[in-house]
Design a protein around this ligand. Structure first.
Ligand code: 5RP
Length: 215
């Protein structure tokens, strides 16, 4: 199965977890685009979706799925999103599409987070994929220096402005042995909006292609 077909299969499997009448948290990216297509086909069964990006919002709306404000709904039963890397403990690197902050917020507000990926995303240790860190623009250099002190090599994703008007630093050179610790350390740097480690709140379930991984 090629990568795109694996993404499509994972998205289809995730649709089985959608509860009737619920509001679904929706991530961002090419894998999630398949999930949104599937949601479009069952749109009459759900109340709507909370979106993690303008990109996903446009797709949801084009399929007639109501996009709801997270502040207007309670805890979500389900959040479905892709990832750039996933380790055996379901800890993730996300943010390749620059949507990490809203993704993290919707994941935090959801009871179950299902991560849908193709098998190229599975790694033993996180960090080969450069770790995205979203920053307040005026803090870019300061945050970059602090990250260098932590041993990372930050590269500014020049030209990219996030949905929150933030900028992205992609951090190279890390083999992330303790992602929970690094996630917390990065969050403590003044000027960091959020970082792409989903370790304190990992995925609850991972679907790789048509396979649901053992918990
Ligand atoms: C966006 C993300 C995506 O989930 C991640 O980049 C994976 O994307 P794709 O499904 O296109 O491979 O974190 O910010």
């Amino acid at each position: 199965m090629d990568r795109n077909e694996q993404k499509r299969q994972a998205a289809l499997r995730a649709l089985d977890f959608v509860e009737d009448g619920s509001v679904i948290g929706v991530g961002t990216g090419s894998t999630v685009a398949h999930f949104i297509d599937g949601l479009g086909k069952i749109r009459n069964r759900i109340e709507g979706a909370v979106s993690s990006s303008e990109q996903s919002t446009r797709q949801l709306e084009s399929l007639g799925i109501p996009v709801l404000d997270l502040n207007a709904v309670g805890e979500l039963s389900l959040y479905v999103d892709g990832a750039d890397e996933c380790d055996p403990h379901r800890r993730l690197i996300k943010g390749g599409g620059a949507a990490l902050t809203r993704e993290k917020i919707v994941a935090a507000a959801s009871r179950e987070f299902i991560c849908i990926i193709d098998d190229s995303k599975q790694v033993d240790i996180l960090g080969k994929f450069p770790l995205p860190v979203e920053v307040v623009p005026m803090a870019r250099s300061h945050v970059g220096r602090e990250i260098a002190r932590l041993g990372g090599q930050p590269v500014w994703r020049d030209g990219v402005v996030t949905d929150n008007d933030g900028w992205i630093l992609d951090v190279h050179g890390w083999s992330i042995i303790d992602p929970v610790d690094l996630e917390a350390k990065l969050n403590q740097i003044v000027g960091v909006i959020s970082n792409g480690l989903f370790a304190a709140r990992p995925a609850d379930r991972v679907i790789v292609g048509d396979r649901i991984l053992d918990q």
